[in-house]
Design a protein around this ligand. Structure first.
Ligand code: ATP
Length: 536
């Protein structure tokens, strides 16, 4: 797994997983863009979730509701009144912070001179329609859940579902976070994967427990390890006002153990809050009086001939936090073979020179300088094991502005290529690219023809993304695919054509496995079946 966020930020940028948003205009804090590999990874994660929770269950329907909703939604959901964080300003450097996330001191300048905390609503307000009248506004949704509650009747009536059943939805949410930070962990625009599971009152506790288990198992199925995934039962004084019980699934991110998903027992609060004639519903939750709703969001129980307001179990996960967790878990820097001391010595010297020039460099901001020095020290501490992270160090902000970085890179690159590799051990089904087809020689028409043919054929199977890559020597190509987590490389060589020493290998290719680096010969005619079997 990754040890620092820097390793992930740097790999993401270098190889095209995730970029800072609006970079050429100086960025927009709390926004990130998914690049060519990032979008594949994110789509694969979302598809895995949809498959497990909608297709493979018999008690679930999916929807895709609007991001913009009638503003009354947010009054009755409680968000206008309670979706607030306490905000403080630093009187020294004027930075703004969430009071509950700092320990009484400004994290930027260290001053303890802070203003009193004041409430700040996290919803983005936006004008709806051409007339800027003070009433024609709404909010960008801060969660997808409300779209499900407002469609409860629609789904019930159109599908004739019986309790218990759930509605699942994935989509964008927006929160004007006071201090977005930690890469894509806390951003202002993000995606959620949410389920509202409706059950009979009285069955809620058992279903809550069951969902906690299901969700843990799903995260394990996409590659997170048990050691890094920790369920946390919220204490009574930590619960949101609508929740009877909440279990957070915490993940050991590079910056610490933090929430990946929350699984709450929301009782009949939501359906009750959005209903008319609340007095007649026998609600267990305390809700604000609703004078606008035109519906009772109830379920008719045919057995007891009674209308009930279902209880709701809500497993609510962040897609971006999921991507970050999967990426972090998959990341590894590995030694392929031990580098001899005489090869490391020049690198050690070049690293020393680089760090010296960093500490003397007046053009660097204090933040960039400290980050570079800390990372440099970390690598120097165990150079033999961590050599591969120098590549990351050199793509950190500030590093490129230092002339000696080039020299260090010149020393490091050949050693890293020979003795180390960075690898993403994704589950094959999450890998952005499943197979890379590589020609042993890029100018040989026979080899190139066969390789491109294999790529086309595998791609047309429709079940995996397959690429052709001829941008380097074969060893370099393997390392590049390791670094982006491609589980299989297929190499076409002279033996494939029947032109090599081994004529019995005609019409076979080398399949090279990412994790074990083992290679085997497979007949082209069996390749697709072979790969498909290993693709879970
Ligand atoms: P936190 O306490 O970290 O702010 P939360 O408890 O407010 O999170 P929920 O309202 O429970 O979060 O949202 C459900 C899920 O949505 C979270 O578990 C998280 O994965 C994701 N999420 C919430 N806020 C953000 C954000 N600003 N950036 C990325 N993902 C988020």
């Amino acid at each position: 797994a990754a040890q620092t966020m820097e390793q992930l930020v740097s790999l993401s940028k270098r190889r095209g997983f995730i970029f800072p948003g609006s970079a050429i205009y100086g960025g927009l804090q709390g926004t990130y863009d998914y690049g060519p590999l990032g979008v594949e990874l994110k789509n694969n994660l979302k598809l895995a979730w949809w498959r497990a929770n909608v297709w493979e269950r018999e008690d679930m329907e999916g929807i895709d509701a609007s991001i913009l909703m009638n503003k009354l939604t947010w009054r009755y959901s409680g968000h206008e009144e309670t979706f607030v964080d306490p905000m403080v300003d630093c009187k020294g450097c004027k930075m703004r912070w969430r009071a509950d996330q700092i320990a009484g001191k400004c994290p930027s300048c260290g001053s303890a001179e802070l203003t009193e905390p004041r409430p700040f609503n996290l919803m983005f307000k936006t004008q709806v329609g051409p007339v800027p009248d003070p009433e024609s506004f709404s909010y960008l949704r801060p969660e997808t859940a409300q779209g499900i509650f407002l469609n409860f009747k629609h789904v019930l009536d159109s599908t004739s579902r019986k309790l218990p059943f759930g509605i699942a939805q994935m989509g964008k949410s927006f929160r004007n976070e006071i201090t977005p930070r930690n890469f894509i962990f806390r951003v202002r625009e993000f995606e959620q994967m949410e389920i509202e599971f409706f059950v009979k009152p009285g069955e809620d506790e058992a279903w809550h427990q069951k969902w906690v288990e299901d969700r843990i198992n799903w995260w394990l199925s996409v590659g997170l390890s048990k050691d890094n995934l920790v369920p946390y039962h919220q204490k009574a004084n930590e619960l949101a006002h609508y929740a009877k019980a909440t279990v957070d699934l915490l993940y050991r991110f590079p910056h610490g153990l933090e929430e990946l998903e929350g699984i709450a027992n929301r009782t009949d609060y939501d359906l009750g809050s959005h209903s008319k004639d609340q007095g007649s519903l026998g609600l267990k939750a305390r809700v604000a009086p609703n004078s606008h709703s035109t519906e009772k969001l109830t379920y008719f129980d045919a057995e007891t001939k009674q209308h009930v307001v279902p209880f709701v179990i809500e497993p609510s996960a962040g897609v971006d936090r999921g991507v970050l967790a999967v990426l972090s878990e998959a990341y590894d820097e590995e030694q392929v073979k031990a580098a001899p001391a005489d090869r490391l010595k020049p690198v050690e010297e070049a690293l020393g020179t680089f760090l010296k020039s960093v500490s003397r460099n007046e053009k660097l901001t204090a933040d960039a300088k400290n980050a570079l020095l800390a990372e440099g020290e970390r690598i120097a501490g165990a150079l033999g094991e961590r050599l591969a992270s120098i590549t990351g160090l050199l793509s950190m902000p500030g590093a490129e502005s230092i002339e000696v970085a080039k020299k260090l890179r010149g020393q490091v690159d050949p050693v890293v290529d020979e003795f180390y590799r960075t690898v993403l051990h994704f589950k094959p089904r999450l890998a952005p690219i499943k197979v890379a087809v590589l020609p042993l020689k890029k100018n040989h028409p026979g080899i190139v023809g066969v390789a491109k043919g294999i790529r086309r054929q595998l791609q047309s199977s429709g079940s995996m993304r397959v690429v052709y890559d001829d941008t380097g020597a074969i060893g370099k190509l393997y390392r590049r695919q390791d670094e982006i987590g491609t589980p299989f490389c297929v190499t076409v060589d002279f033996d494939t054509l029947g032109d090599g020493k081994d004529t019995s290998s005609k019409d076979t290719v080398t399949v090279r496995h990412r994790d074990s680096m083992a290679q085997e010969r497979v007949a082209i005619s069996e390749l697709e079946t072979y790969l498909r079997e290993k693709m879970s």
